[in-house]
Design a protein around this ligand. Structure first.
Ligand SMILES: C[S@@+](CC[C@H](N)C(=O)[O-])C[C@H]1O[C@@H](n2cnc3c(N)ncnc32)[C@H](O)[C@@H]1O
Length: 205
C-alpha cells in the first residue's frame, strides 16, 4: 500500500536547521521513552560488558538518557548530535559528560571504539520522507544505511563477533529497519511492547 507523505508535518525532522532552531528554545525533551521505560533491555545488554562499557549515543538531543546512564554507573558515554546548539548547551549543563557535534552518517572515531551503540528516535527522524521503510531507495533509507555502516565500523569486532550483530527494539515497529539491516547482514530481534510509533532502542553486541 502506498502511503501518502504529502502534508506530513514531521518532514522538518530531517533538517539540521530545524533542530538548531528548536534547541535554541528548548532545554529538555524526551522522545518516545524515558530511561526507566527501556532500562530492562538496555541493562541486559550493558551488564554483559559491565560498567566499563564504551557507549555511543547517536542523536542525543537534550534527552536525559546520557545523564541517567551515567548515574546508573555507565559513565564512559559519548553523545553525538548534528546540532551544534544542543551540543553546546548540553556540554555547559553537564561538563562531566562528553557531547560532540558530529553527523551520524560520518562518524569520526576510527575503527572498533565502542561496545554498545544506542539511539532513540534518531533514525526515525531520517525516515520522515520515506513512504515506506521497505523502500530502500528513498533518501531516508539510504541515510539510515549510511549510519548503520558507520556504526558497524566503530563497534569493536568482539562486539560484532561471530554470533552476529543484533539490533533490538522496544516498541511497536519491530520491522521498521529490517530491510536496511538485512542488506548489512545484521540480525533483528524484536520485543514489541505496545503501540509505539517508532523504534526506541537498539544495540549491537
Ligand atoms: C527525534 S530527536 C531524538 C532526540 C533524543 N535521542 C531523544 O530520544 O529525546 C532526533 C535527534 O537526532 C539529531 N540528528 C538529526 N540528524 C542527525 C545526524 N545526521 N547526525 C546526528 N544527529 C542527528 C537531531 O538533532 C535530534 O537531536
Amino acid at each position: 500500500m502506498e502511503v501518502s507523505i504529502a502534508n506530513n508535518h514531521n518532514l522538518k525532522y530531517k533538517d539540521a536547521d530545524y533542530w538548531n532552531e528548536r534547541f535554541a528554545e528548548e532545554d529538555s525533551y524526551e522522545w518516545l521513552a524515558t530511561y526507566d521505560d527501556i532500562k530492562p533491555i538496555v541493562k541486559e545488554a550493558l551488564n554483559k560488558v559491565g560498567p566499563k562499557a564504551k557507549i555511543l549515543q547517536i542523536g542525543c538531543g537534550n534527552s536525559q538518557l546520557a545523564l541517567d546512564l551515567y548515574d546508573d554507573g555507565f559513565q564512559d558515554i559519548t553523545n553525538i548530535d548534528i546540532s551544534e546548539v544542543v551540543v553546546k548547551k548540553m556540554t555547559a549543563k553537564h561538563p562531566h559528560i562528553k557531547f560532540v557535534q558530529m553527523d551520524a552518517t560520518k562518524l569520526d572515531f576510527g575503527k572498533e571504539k565502542f561496545d554498545f551503540v544506542i539511539e532513540k528516535a534518531t533514525l526515525d527522524a531520517f525516515l520522515v520522507d520515506s513512504a515506506s521503510p521497505w523502500d530502500l531507495t528513498s533518501k531516508g533509507s539510504q541515510k539510515v544505511l549510511q549510519v548503520l555502516e558507520n556504526v558497524k565500523k566503530v563497534l569493536k569486532s568482539s562486539s560484532v563477533g561471530s554470533q552476529g550483530s543484533r539490533m533490538e527494539y522496544q516498541g511497536g515497529q519491530v520491522h521498521q529497519h529490517r530491510g536496511c539491516l538485512g542488506l548489512l547482514h545484521l540480525q533483528v530481534r524484536g520485543r514489541g511492547r505496545g503501540p509505539c510509533s517508532g523504534s526506541m532502542v537498539r544495540w549491537w553486541t
